[in-house]
Every structure is written in C-alpha cells, then in structure tokens.
Ligand binder design. Sequence first.
Ligand SMILES: *Cc1c(COP(=O)(O)O)cnc(C)c1O
Length: 355
Amino acid sequence: MSKYWSEFVTRLDPYTPGEQPAINNLTKLNTNENPYPPSPAVMDAMRDAVNDDLRLYPPPNADQFKQTLAEYFQLTPAQVFVGNGSDEVLAHVFNGLFRQPQSILFPDISYSFYPVYCGLYSIEYNKVPLADDFSLDLNDYRQANGGIIFPNPNAPTGRLVSLPAIEALLQANRNSVVVVDEAYIDFAEEGASAVSLIDQYDNLLVVQTLSKSRALAGLRIGYALGSAQLIEGLERIKNSFNSYPLGHVQLAAAVASFTDRDYFNAMRVQVIDSREVLVGKLERLGFAVLPSAANFVFVRHPEHDGAVLAQALREKNIIIRHFKSPRIDQFLRISVGTPQQNQQLVDALDEIISV
Ligand SMILES: *Cc1c(COP(=O)(O)O)cnc(C)c1O
C-alpha cells in the first residue's frame, strides 16, 4: 500500500506466477517448462543476431516471423499476430476484443490469469463450472456472452476438448469472439488444434506460445492466429501500447524454432512418451490421474492431503504446483520432466506415502 497509488492500483489483484527459485539442486516440476533445451539451430540463430544491428529498433511488424508462421500454419501473414509471450497476446485480446457490454465466459477451473486481465480491464465475467470429472462441456457455453475463452488442453487439468465440440460451439456462437488458448496443444494428439477452423469462422482466435513445446519460456514469444479483422483489432491495441514487443534476438530464435521441425518433433514425442510412463507409475502408487493431453499431469491421492504432499516433496527438493483453490486443493499439478526427474519424483512420492 502506498499513498501514491491510485484507487485502481490499490484494488488490483495481480497474478502469482509459479516460483523460479535461485537454488540449483531443485527438481523443478512446477511451471510446465520444457525439460529439454531449445534446438541447437535456435541457439545458433540467436548468436548470429548478437551483432551491430542491435543498435537499431527491430522490425515493428515482425514480418519475417509472421511470414514463417503463416507458411507453417497455411495462413496469410494478415492472419497472424505476435507478442511478448502469449500472456501479452492474451492481455491485448482481453483489452481489444473482450471489453463488451455482456460478460465473457471461461471455466471455473482454468488459467488463473483470465480473471486478472478482467480486473485490469474492467471486464465482467461468468465462470462456467467444469463437470465433476473436470471435463469441459462446451454445450454449457451456449448462452449470451461478450466472448468465450478456454485453454485447450485445459490448465491445470490437462484435459482436452475435441475439435468437433469446438466447431459445434462456433456454429452456435456467431456473434462474439471465441478464443482457444492452445499453450499445450503440441502435446495433444495430432489434429486437435483449432487452427484448421480459422478460415471458416472469422470469430475464432487461436493463441499459442513458444514457452512450452518449443522450450523458449525465457525468451517470451507468443502469437495469435485468426481472421484478418481480429488480427487488425489486436494490432490497433499493440500499436497503442508498444510498437516493438519482440527484439532482434527473439525474432531470430522464433524463426529458427519453426524452421527446425525435426528437433521440435523429437522433443515433443519424448515428452509425450515420458508423460505416459509417469502416469503409469503414479497410478501404481494409488494416485488418481486425470487424462492429460499436456506436458503436465493433475493428480490426487485418495489417502493423502494435497498440501501435505506438496510440502513433503519440497522438503526433498522437488517442487510441483499446488493450488489452494476450491475443488482442486487436493490435487498436485506436476510438469513432465526428463525420465530421470520423473523417476526422482516417483521415488520421493513412494517414500512419502509409504511412511
Ligand atoms: C503458460 C501458459 C500461457 C503463457 O505462456 P507465455 O507465452 O509464456 O506467456 C498462456 N496460457 C496458458 C494456459 C498457459 O499455461
């Protein structure tokens, strides 16, 4: 609190990110980062970008990166928006597309940044409860709204909504923007992304990030794909806020990441395979594991309290995410690590629960 703050700032309720501890010997499974490094081609591209041109501003419209994304997703550059992490892209979406007379809709259990943006931009919202099994039924969203947003796969549950269910919603919901936050879509089955529906539905916006499947959380790069009119709306916000959200080094890395498809696919498949092995081991320890299409699992043990387990893991230098929120306070969200990290986690849990 400070007397210099406006009433608005005093009333804000900011997001709390998962911790990034400085200690090195931690097994860090708390923020869904990729356990593998970025592609060597990305590293080379960044080194090449460290040159005298850094005295110049970067290209304000990120033309080459937009062109790369357009080719990758078979869209046009006018259907592509880029930003400083998908969190910034999402902030512009709330500011530019969701300030509507009616309330927007999102799941009660979902990415906890959504209500924060609503607070920042004075947007009314209704939370739509997930089913008892934590699945997301898009039929529940067939009601008057000023916009709809949900992560797919959902966070922190990891559950996936099918593409036909998304298309059915788009058919029923023609008059407001539907945003699918696909931060984890590369860990789902092929063909799960809503990008394939963009040319048919001009109110669909798909948001993705290089932070998870492309192992570049530290560079802050995200993007949105949708109709040219939605993208133009976002550009108007961006150019009223910061004309250069991505610098030379970020842009070089971003282009290289989408060019090196082999490395990307190998790492993606590795994480998916490790997830399946981890799920089997956790189930053998008696954990209930929600079906995950992401690079994390959401689990609970019927005989052990979630907060107690999280604390016991921390004492063994393993950090995972525990949310003290209604409905999910018995769950642990565990990022999929390397096979060795996953085994450390399983061994630690085995010790903790067998006491
Ligand atoms: C991680 C995450 C993001 C943010 O990604 P950045 O690009 O790193 O800002 C957005 N949405 C969801 C659901 C996420 O889990």
